[in-house]
Design a binder for this molecule. Structure first.
Ligand code: PRP
Length: 183
């Protein structure tokens, strides 16, 4: 869906469809250059990373493998607890692999911090992170993000994989949700 389809629900467009696309292209060019022959395993973190993964993988001009994890990081509350549960694990053996975790957003950093340690413990040759978005002001733990699209303000954002109550994931832009939608 386009911004005009849900205009009344949005307070502000942070990144247009075009800006998101340009961000993905920039990430892809850097990743191709860095891995240079080391076929990376892209690990998408469901569900938010589906859009980034789909567009990034297609933009890459090199061979990649793709796998998926689903983790639950929020427990009962609305904020990250740091307590992460694996809902769906990888199918791939990571021994000796160059792993690139693909995320839509780094918010508190707690999910990613746990995930990095978990994947590193499986014998990967390297584990790096690619995230389209990061909220620096929300960080509770600083996680190294090797490939970052955009830093954004600490607001309730939706679109391009990010949801509110499972809606807006299919919005092409990234936007701040209007408070009347969730209040
Ligand atoms: C989001 C996002 C990250 C995580 C980041 O996922 O996709 O995985 O939160 O938050 P953190 O940095 O505070 O840990 P969410 O748990 O909302 O699930 P979803 O991807 O299925 O929407």
């Amino acid at each position: 869906m386009d911004v005009d389809d849900v205009r009344g629900d949005l307070a502000e467009v942070l990144l247009t469809e075009q800006q998101v696309r340009e961000g993905i292209v920039r990430l892809a060019r850097r990743i191709e250059a860095d891995y240079d022959g080391d076929r990376p395993l892209l690990v998408g973190v469901l569900k938010g990373a589906v859009m980034v993964m789909a567009d990034l993988a297609r933009e890459l001009r090199v061979h990649v493998d793709m796998d998926w994890m689903a983790v639950s990081s929020y427990g009962a509350g609305t904020r990250s607890s740091g307590v992460v549960r694996i809902l769906k694990d990888l199918d791939t053996d990571l021994t000796g692999r160059h792993v690139l975790i693909v995320e839509d957003i780094v918010d508190s950093g707690l999910t990613l911090s746990w995930l990095l340690a978990n994947l590193e413990s499986r014998g990967a040759a390297s584990v790096r992170v690619c995230a389209l978005l990061r909220k620096p002001d929300a960080a509770r733990i600083v996680v190294p993000v090797s490939y970052l699209g955009f830093d954004i303000p600490n607001e309730f954002v939706v679109g391009y994989g990010l949801d509110y109550a499972e809606r807006y994931r299919n919005l092409k832009a990234v936007a701040v949700l209007a408070p009347h939608v969730y209040q």
